[in-house]
Design a protein around this ligand. Structure first.
Ligand code: FAD
Ligand code: EPU
Length: 339
């Protein structure tokens, strides 16, 4: 385990931002993490746990602390019964590789979450979701290391307080825990979820006769590849903002003023608004200033065309946020973690 100094973070974040970390180290076991925390290169250093860097914006040129990259690997079956198989994965496993492993072994539940970048350890952080499924639907438990108390704590689903792109780790316990493993409960008898409009259409387009988790996964991969920019080609962190929620009265008022507004009713009578639609209506889609921009096919995604700084992206996000507030009276919230 080596602690490096003044490390470029460019290859450690999918935005491709050239920030630097004062100190940087990787760990591949809980013992290594414990050692690094107990033997910091300087006292009182702030610590950040890094996964795949696909939901992070390094807004400053320098991170004056120690960044610890989680490389804990391993996928193992821990329990099974007639219905379910419980699979534990190390936090440093690639999320997509884990999903592919589930599919190859006929373990159902996560197929709609194919091709989401990042690592298993970050999947509960914001309860990742796509195409009608969120990880909370298959989550069993996780183990997390308390970085101040030096204890290993197990969290069940209720403990995690999952919500839309939310968990207790982004709120009450922010910065306190390093997630080291996550156990998912996969089904032996799949319940296919193709309710998200584009999936049915893509399955038809693919000529799928018999539905399977593999076919759903491939349909999701195809849709995602056509819609979202590949970070290997253009720097980005997926949706930069969350889709906001408004109450029924606000929705009615918006619908009168903007008849084409894209909104979905949700369980409690509120409505979720498509932020991408609102951002597009404000004229941002395809906008570019220097190397910071708004993606030309998906206005919810901010992009780095090469040499944008974190501050360039952050300032652009503020302008987008302000214009949506001004036009629609709706406040957007950033989904990406600003460091
Ligand atoms: P990082 O970016 O490394 O970290 C994210 C946050 O979690 C940071 O605050 C970090 O400190 C913390 N963290 C990371 N690992 C740990 C750990 N082990 N313990 C404690 N804290 C930790 N998200 C969705 O929900 N749905 C999507 O459909 C989706 N599509 C995307 C598409 C693209 C092209 C991109 C680039 C991103 C997309 N995302 C999506 C966002 C992102 O992929 C997820 O949020 C992913 O889970 C982030 O994982 P990561 O390992 O890269 O986390
Ligand atoms: N839209 C526009 N213009 C745009 C973009 C979108 O009008 O530029 C409209 C679309 O036409 C559609 C609606 O907005 O009617 C929703 O768009 P889309 O289906 O592309 O989904 P999204 O709301 O942009 C969300 C998630 C994604 C997830 C997809 C699929 C959030 C913040 N984003 O995107 O998650 O993959 O649905 O489920 O909830 C992420 O979190 O990083 C992410 C990519």
């Amino acid at each position: 385990m080596r602690i490096s100094e003044n490390v470029s973070l460019r290859s450690y974040n999918t935005f491709g931002i050239s920030s630097q970390a004062r100190f940087f180290a990787s760990f591949s076991s809980v013992d290594e993490l414990k050692y690094l925390l107990e033997n910091p290169p300087l006292p009182e250093l702030s610590t950040l746990i890094l996964g795949g860097g696909s939901n992070i914006l390094f807004a400053r040129n320098f991170f004056d602390g120690i960044m610890l990259k989680n490389e804990i690997k391993g996928i193992e079956v821990v329990r099974e019964d007639d219905e379910y198989i419980y699979v534990k994965a190390g936090a440093g496993e690639s999320w997509h590789r884990f999903v592919m492993d589930c599919i190859a072994n006929n373990r159902a539940g996560l197929e709609n979450l194919s091709l989401i970048p990042g690592n298993v350890g970050a999947s509960p952080m914001q309860n990742i979701g796509a195409y009608g499924v969120e990880i909370k639907d298959c989550f069993h438990e996780l183990e997390a290391y308390h970085m101040q108390d030096h204890t290993l704590v197990t969290f069940n689903s209720a403990d995690c307080q999952f919500g839309y792109r939310e968990s207790v780790f982004k709120r009450k316990y922010k910065g306190q825990f390093a997630i080291v493993s996550v156990t998912y409960r996969l089904s032996k008898h799949p319940k296919f979820n193709t309710s998200y409009g584009a999936i049915e259409e893509e399955l038809k387009h693919m000529g799928v006769k018999e539905l399977s988790i593999k076919a759903i996964s491939q349909a999701v991969i195809n849709i995602r590849s056509s819609k979202l920019p590949n970070p290997a080609e253009i720097g980005n962190a997926g949706s930069f903002f969350k889709n906001p929620t408004v109450d029924a009265a606000k929705h009615t008022a918006l619908k009168e003023a903007f008849p084409n507004i894209v909104a979905y009713p949700i369980a409690n009578g509120d409505y979720k608004l498509a932020a991408g639609w609102m951002i597009e209506q404000c004229g941002w889609k395809g906008f570019r200033e220097g190397d910071a921009g708004v993606h030309e096919r998906q206005a919810l995604v901010l992009v780095n065309y090469g040499n944008a700084t974190g501050d360039d992206i952050y300032r652009l996000s503020q302008r987008v946020l302000d214009s949506v507030q001004e036009k629609f009276g709706v406040e957007l919230e950033r989904e990406v973690n600003i460091i």
